[in-house]
Design a protein around this ligand. Structure first.
Ligand code: EPZ
Length: 417
């Protein structure tokens, strides 16, 4: 099994170019089930994207990847597709459930594996099913699969989500784009990735309007053949902003839209991280003193749960006790015992972590448990004494493109074994 070795205490400098967004690519690929022909550019070459491509190919889409260009061409001129999403693919990537909406809307039936458990929380899909039922779908769960049908197709509806969910919002938008009549979604996720999905569908010829947390979709459109560029990965950008604050002398984070990550930049500024915002880049300057702060994770534009673990590492350098309240997932502190093995002083009470700083971290052998927890261990390794050995790095490869290469370009000493 592959491991990463990180040698700590090296000042980083240079520039890091941010890849396309994993969490925008996945729903946009699922929505391509509504298309005849489409080109998608700026896709990140990460494991989860390849799993989605494998799933869509098994359904019957014709997909050609151009790895040199980070692009792919999708065509689908078949009348019938295989409307099954098998367990062996969905179990490795929960976003596989996003094919349920488009398959049901377009082919009036779908059999999609339930995603199953996840390290960071129970992560049910009841809100996805709630929305599709509102559009007239008949749904039953049997043998670990969602069996859905809509003999006469889906019909536009008024759907008020009891809780904000990124995935359920995305599934409902894609389904409603191919339903008869108008759908109004209330209390939606407005994550930038959801907005990128809306831009994609509107470019295809759909009619979707977003106002505050409400989305109006007029369904049934003739998809155009387009080329669409995926937005930048704001979580990857946030990860490298924090890496730069931790170990940077001067680092430029390129190919980003600073306004999209305004919340993160403001919090870093409050913590004493000097930065300069430009049109498509952010420069992080050397920060000598990090101020403590309190963070609560929340749906966008709140602080993203996907940066919680990385921010925790920065708080180990802060003066005093910082707090993080994790409000999105019930089990997202799996990185804490590993950081404590490196010498971090962290106490957990219910869904709040108390991080005491500044404290010196020392290199150790640690275990990755999920995508974002694993990258927080890399960041900890960058500032720890001696070397850190990170196991189970397949978690990292699910969502970070060329992580070692990008960090090595900034003079980090990091090696994959
Ligand atoms: C998306 O997951 C992201 N994944 C996650 O990123 C991210 O952490 C999460 O949104 C929150 O921002 C992708 O976009 C592929 P949710 P998703 O539905 O859609 C509960 C990463 O690291 N819920 O907004 O699964 C759920 O259990 C990943 O890249 C229900 O109760 O998140 C959670 O507590 C990890 N019923 C909360 O809502 C449902 O039907 C938010 O989940 C759906 C969700």
């Amino acid at each position: 099994m592959q491991k990463l070795i990180v040698k700590g205490k090296k000042f980083l400098s240079g520039s890091i170019s941010i890849s396309g967004s994993k969490n925008a690519t996945l729903p946009i690929l699922a929505a391509s089930l509504l298309c005849k022909k489409v080109k998608i550019t700026n896709i990140p070459l990460v494991k989860d994207v390849f799993t989605m491509i494998e799933l869509l190919s098994s359904i019957g889409l014709n997909i050609k990847i151009n790895k040199n260009e980070n692009s792919l061409k999708i065509s689908n001129f078949k009348r019938r597709l295989n409307t099954i999403a098998p367990y062996n693919l969905v179990k490795t990537m929960r976003a596989g459930v996003l094919v349920l909406g488009p398959l049901l809307a377009k082919f009036k039936k779908a059999k999609v594996s339930l995603p199953g458990g996840c390290a960071i929380g129970s992560r049910p899909v009841d809100l996805h099913l709630f929305a599709l039922k509102k559009m007239g779908a008949k749904i039953k769960i049997k043998n670990g699969y969602i069996h859905a049908s809509a003999k006469n197709g889906l019909i536009g509806a008024n759907i008020n989500f009891p809780k904000i969910s990124v995935g359920a919002t995305e599934n409902a938008i894609i389904a409603a784009a191919h339903a008869k009549g108008k759908t109004t979604l209330w209390n939606c996720s407005i994550e930038p990735e959801v907005q990128d999905l809306i831009f994609f569908l509107n470019n295809l010829g759909c009619n979707i309007r977003l106002k505050k947390r409400n989305i109006v979709i007029v369904g049934m459109f003739e998809p155009k053949s387009i080329s669409y560029e995926i937005m930048f990965d704001r979580i990857e950008a946030g990860t490298y902003l924090i890496a730069s604050a931790l170990a940077g002398k001067k680092i430029s984070i390129l190919k980003v839209k600073p306004s999209v990550i305004d919340t993160e930049i403001k919090i870093l500024k409050k913590m004493g991280v000097k930065n300069t915002r430009k049109k498509n880049k952010i420069i992080i300057h050397k920060s000598n003193k990090i101020n403590k702060t309190n963070i609560v994770t929340a749906p966008y534009p709140g602080f993203p749960t996907d940066l919680q673990a990385q921010m925790m590492v920065l708080m180990t350098k802060a003066q005093g006790i910082s707090k993080i309240k994790e409000n999105i997932f019930e089990n997202r502190f799996m990185h804490v015992p590993e950081l404590k093995r490196m010498g971090a002083k962290i106490k957990i009470k219910n869904n709040t972590a108390f991080i005491e700083g500044p404290c010196k971290l020392s290199g150790a052998e640690v275990m990755a448990t999920d995508l974002r927890a694993s990258v927080s261990l890399v960041l900890a390794g960058l500032i720890a004494e001696n070397k850190t050995v990170i196991n189970r790095i397949y978690h990292l490869d699910r969502g970070y493109e060329n992580l070692e290469k990008k960090l090595r370009k900034c003079k980090a000493v990091i090696q994959r074994l």
